[in-house]
Ligand binder design. Structure first.
Ligand code: ATP
Ligand code: MG
Length: 421
């Protein structure tokens, strides 16, 4: 019979890879907690309307990437393509704005987008993201950017670039859009079909189209950065000088946009030249209007999301092989040895010491072969003779050095040695 395969673009993360994933997740959690962000766990699926309203209809995600399906009663549901919408929904639904602000959340987990699978682009992928609610002060923008920069630097990811732009206020954008639109319309034929369609609905999005001809055509487009109101300019300058003060290097990128009305002011992206075509590691910005758009009070917010697959790809190149290590292999053989070995394994594990045994092996020789394969650090040899003498042999599997130790109280003796070392 044919075996059933996994879905295209939906990957298994095998035991060889999970130590690297845990390193990424643990580092992300540690930095988020260190900056005062608390973990939130939001559902993997939501009403489709939530994403349509928050991400916006004229975006790649909503236009063509969502996994949307009818529930049994016909309600349209969608697997979450990102984490901000769900976090904001939860913030509103649980009336968190009534509690003292600011409130700072982070999430880690799988997201789903129907895209063409390739290296660093999957259909089920993982993001770590933060959302800081309740502060319009530029120091909140600086904080989320610094958090992301510290996290990625801690993981020693190679060749990172932070690009930053300001989208101004909604009035700034309202004044800028007609300028941009008329520039785009003058050379309409140079643009891809997607861009031509968006010139009317969402002209800012044309600026971040990845198609080379479209990029070339917008090279000399008017820059939003040059049309900021004095307040937006001050906010942007404060963010930039804060980044300087914290030694977080950045590059201005006037093309960097989020073409939706509730995104405002700071917009940023971190890329790495090590990632090839999928070079974005993470992106974020301010979205002061989003809580209100989703039916909540007016609460300013700023955040980011990073892709863990792309971080993992980079770590693979830089870090030495990580693996989960088991400390003890219990080589229990003979009738009395097997009985004692069963209890000893349990005692070691209860003492917090990782231990394993291949239950198929019945001779010392086959146990030692399994012990070497298991990559444990030590083997504990326990046959009928050892049980009779009340001792075991502890064998260092690397140096092959051996010593006799008392069987009684062995787990606590080894525990003391392990944790005092
Ligand atoms: P891209 O331009 O690469 O499609 P995006 O603008 O759609 O990225 P965001 O929605 O800002 O990405 O998500 C933040 C991060 O999540 C990205 O920088 C990337 O690292 C990661 N990401 C997004 N889509 C995918 C995917 N399909 N597979 C793996 N990682 C992804
Ligand atoms: Mg995308």
């Amino acid at each position: 019979m044919d075996s059933i395969k996994g879905i295209k673009g939906v990957k298994d993360i095998l035991p060889e890879e999970t130590p690297r994933w845990r390193l990424i997740e643990d580092t992300a959690r540690r930095w988020a907690l260190c900056y005062g962000y608390q973990e939130i766990r939001i559902p993997l699926f939501e009403l489709t309307a939530l994403f349509a309203r928050s991400i916006g209809s004229a975006t790649d995600i909503v236009e063509k990437e969502m996994y949307t399906f009818p529930d049994r009663d016909g309600t349209s549901l969608t697997l979450r393509p990102e984490g901000t919408a769900g976090t904001v929904r939860a913030f509103i639904e649980h009336n968190r704005a009534a509690d003292p602000l600011p409130q700072k959340y982070f999430y880690i987990g799988p997201m789903f987008r129907h895209e063409r699978p390739q290296a660093g682009r999957l259909r089920q992928f993982h993001q770590f993201g933060v959302e800081s609610f309740g502060t319009s002060d530029p120091r909140a923008d600086i904080e989320v950017i610094a958090l992301l920069w510290r996290l990625l630097s801690d993981l020693a990811l190679p060749d990172l670039t932070l690009e930053i732009n300001s989208l101004g206020s909604s009035e700034d954008r309202a004044a800028y859009k007609p300028l941009l639109r008329s520039f785009l319309l003058q050379q309409e034929s140079r643009f891809c079909e997607n861009c031509r369609r968006r010139m009317d609905t969402n002209p800012l999005r044309v600026l971040d189209c990845k198609v080379p001809d479209c990029r070339a055509a917008t090279e000399s487009a008017p820059r939003l950065m040059d049309h900021l109101s004095p307040e937006a300019r001050v906010h942007f300058d404060q963010v930039l000088s804060g980044l300087c003060a914290l030694d977080v290097p950045y590059q201005l990128n006037p093309r960097l946009v989020r073409g939706l009305d509730y995104y405002c002011l700071t917009s940023f992206e971190i890329t790495s030249s090590h990632l090839g075509a999928q070079n974005a590691v993470g992106a974020g910005g301010r979205y002061d209007g989003l809580v209100e758009t989703l039916g909540g009070p007016s609460v300013p917010a700023v955040g980011f999301a990073v892709g863990l697959e792309r971080i993992s790809l980079m770590l693979q190149k830089t870090s030495t092989a990580l693996r989960d290590e088991c400390l003890y292999y219990v080589a229990a053989f003979g009738e009395a040895g097997v009985k004692c070995g069963l209890v000893l394994l349990d005692e070691l594990r209860k003492a917090g010491l990782s231990a394993q045994c291949d239950y198929r092996s019945s001779s010392l020789k086959s146990h030692l072969r399994q012990a070497d394969r298991s990559k444990c650090r030590f083997a504990i040899l326990l046959g009928d003779d050892e049980v009779a003498r009340g001792t075991v042999i502890l064998r260092n599997l690397e140096s092959k050095a051996q010593e006799a130790l008392p069987l009684s109280g062995l787990a606590s003796l080894l525990r003391a040695r392990t944790f005092s070392a």
